[in-house]
Design a protein around this ligand. Structure first.
Ligand code: NAG
Ligand code: NAG
Ligand code: NAG
Ligand code: NAG
Length: 162
């Protein structure tokens, strides 16, 4: 009787240990974002912007103390200009950003800032969700769409100089 009790206690504690370590290893985040084309040289999204598919994006994490790369993962945008990068591990000590490669074909290749804001990849900051939404990144066309002056007017940007 006493012996089987000891066995049960041992078994339960082994279970607890293994589930705790399994949780740590498989801890995952999903870094999600969008890449768009800005045909107006606004450097922000407007109703004339459209999604860019097939753009290579890289999640890069750098250790803030010694400036070494600690994590790197590539992905590509889908037909809706969206990407979703699964991330292993907790990166509380790291500075993580997404960098978008300039598309090598198509009309939309002009870089505006191609690096995201810092992405917080840790559960130790109170966020319960595993999804991390990155600010949209864009590229611009070389020529400006003729519709853009209408949008400038709609947004009231033509009055800014007055
Ligand atoms: C940088 O710091 C991290 C975390 O402290 C450590 O794991 C890594 O080995 C360090 N890299 C170098 C090159 O010192
Ligand atoms: C990601 O792509 C870059 C070039 O864009 C390449 O240098 C790097 O090796 C790739 N990393 C992985 C993990 O595939
Ligand atoms: C990001 O843009 C800068 C210039 O704004 C450029 O030097 C760099 O090569 C670009 N990075 C990528 C991955 O395209
Ligand atoms: C995206 O990355 C892949 C693999 O590294 C490469 O073959 C392809 O040319 C890249 N595409 C663009 C648009 O940079």
């Amino acid at each position: 009787m006493a012996r089987s009790f000891v066995v049960v206690v041992l078994f339960v504690s082994v279970l607890c240990f293994s589930s705790a370590s399994a949780r740590k290893i498989s801890e995952k985040f999903y870094v999600e974002g969008k890449i768009y084309c800005d045909p107006c040289h606004f450097e922000f999204e407007s109703r004339l912007s459209f999604p860019l598919s097939g753009v290579n994006v890289t999640l890069e994490c750098i250790n803030g103390k010694n400036n070494t790369m600690t994590y790197m993962k590539n992905s590509t945008t889908d037909a809706n200009g969206l990407y979703r990068i699964p991330v292993r591990g907790d990166h509380q000590e790291d500075i993580c950003v997404v960098v978008a490669d300039s598309p090598n074909e198509g009309e939309c290749k002009e870089v505006m800032p191609n690096k995201s804001d810092r992405i917080i990849l840790t559960n130790n900051m109170g966020a319960a969700s595993r999804a991390r939404f990155v600010n949209p990144l864009g590229f611009m066309t070389q020529t400006i769409d003729s519709q853009c002056n209408i949008v400038v007017h709609e947004l009231g940007l033509d009055n800014l100089d007055d």
